[in-house]
Design a protein. Structure first.
Length: 366
């Protein structure tokens, strides 16, 4: 795979449907488990702030285990843990020299986990916001952004990615550059925007001023496979934006990858749920969405025709399993889905002590 010819890939891409398109043709919904950097931080293997997944190289068995968990929960996509493993983020922690090694290892671990489970999932490479895009800086800035995307796309393609998912884009133009580089290596694409809220009731826009449907159409006209939203917004405030796009006449495959936090109409992004200080990410824990929220999200997405769904920051395998089961699937982790009939306080198993059940204590006494 490492030396395959990029131009040959482009010809294959343009002449026939790729793996992602075929999967969308063959199934009603595609689930993509994300949220790796937050889950790694929760387990003590990643630092809030930089959010660089150096654990890929330091303790790869940890990342492999995370992939196993999402596969057991029913993900249709093994997303390589490349989020914030690009040159700019690696520079920030003084390890820019490891950028190629970390990306290649991330692809290797994704394939290894998928192979362990018999290869049921697609394996995707991962691009993300560079945090340096600035349209006021002109062509030189665009070229710097392009080179960051180009090398990750090439390592992903050489590592056997079925498609590349790019995400958390605030700028339409940055997403366009990402799409151009994905297409350069001949792979299909999922491109997702992270949309800030507005304070004056005007339509939400990307930072270049495009409405959501305008941004989506710009990418659609350039050949994106799936376009949608990720990050910033939880399930309750992501789907309304996509519903608006659908009602405005958008035609094409849509993605919804919300954060696992309970954003509301009054506080539509997770930036508004906290004090906005340096403790922001720690404060978010009290707003964690439940697995029931994600089950509802999955069924609502299906009803709307949003067919590429998943979990972003804060979400993990319990949310993925709930989405899978809400869609009528039985996955390996379903073996341990709740059986509350056997709970000593809340159950109804005939062999349990009735004297000790909560319903026999009275609600006011618990």
């Amino acid at each position: 795979m490492k030396g395959r010819n990029i131009l040959q890939q482009v010809r294959r891409f343009s002449s026939q449907p790729g793996p992602l398109t075929r999967r969308l043709q063959d199934t009603d919904m595609v689930i993509c488990a994300e949220g790796f950097v937050f889950e790694l931080e929760r387990r003590g293997y990643l630092q809030h702030g930089p959010f660089v997944p150096r654990v890929i190289l330091e303790e790869p068995a940890i990342v492999l285990q995370l992939h196993r968990e999402t596969l057991r929960a029913g993900t249709d996509v093994v997303l390589a843990c490349q989020y914030y493993a690009h040159k700019e983020k690696m520079r920030l922690i003084g390890e820019e020299h490891l950028v190629e090694k970390i990306n290649r290892k991330a692809m290797e671990l994704a394939h290894q986990a998928n192979t362990e489970f018999g290869g049921p999932a697609l394996v995707a490479g991962n691009l993300c916001n560079t945090n340096i895009f600035d349209p006021d800086l002109g062509d030189a800035n665009e070229e710097e952004v392009r080179q960051i995307f180009r090398e990750v796309c090439e390592w992903s393609a050489q590592g056997g990615a079925d498609f590349i998912l790019g995400e958390t884009f605030h700028w339409t133009r940055e997403a366009e550059i990402a799409l151009e580089e994905i297409q350069r290596v001949g792979l299909e694409s999922v491109l997702n925007f992270a949309i800030y809220s507005t304070v004056d009731g005007t339509p939400e826009r990307t930072r270049d001023g495009d409405t959501i449907i305008e941004a989506f159409n710009r990418l659609k006209n350039k050949g994106v496979t799936v376009v949608g939203l990720n990050c910033f917004r939880g399930p309750f405030t992501t789907l309304p934006l996509l519903d608006n796009v659908i009602n405005q006449g958008y035609e094409g495959e849509l993605a919804a990858i919300p954060v696992a936090y309970r954003t509301t109409d009054d506080k539509p992004t997770f930036w508004k749920l906290t004090s906005g200080s340096t403790t922001h990410f720690s404060e978010l824990e009290e707003h964690l969405a439940t697995r029931l929220d994600f089950a509802d999200f999955a069924t609502q997405s299906k009803e709307m025709g949003v067919r590429f769904i998943g979990t972003c920051c804060g979400g993990w395998s319990q949310h993925v399993r709930s989405m899978s089961e809400a869609l009528g699937r039985t996955v390996p982790a379903s073996r341990y889905s709740p059986d509350m009939a056997k709970h000593y306080l809340l159950g109804n198993d005939s062999t349990l002590s009735k004297r000790n059940m909560i319903r026999n204590l009275g609600a006011k006494n618990v």
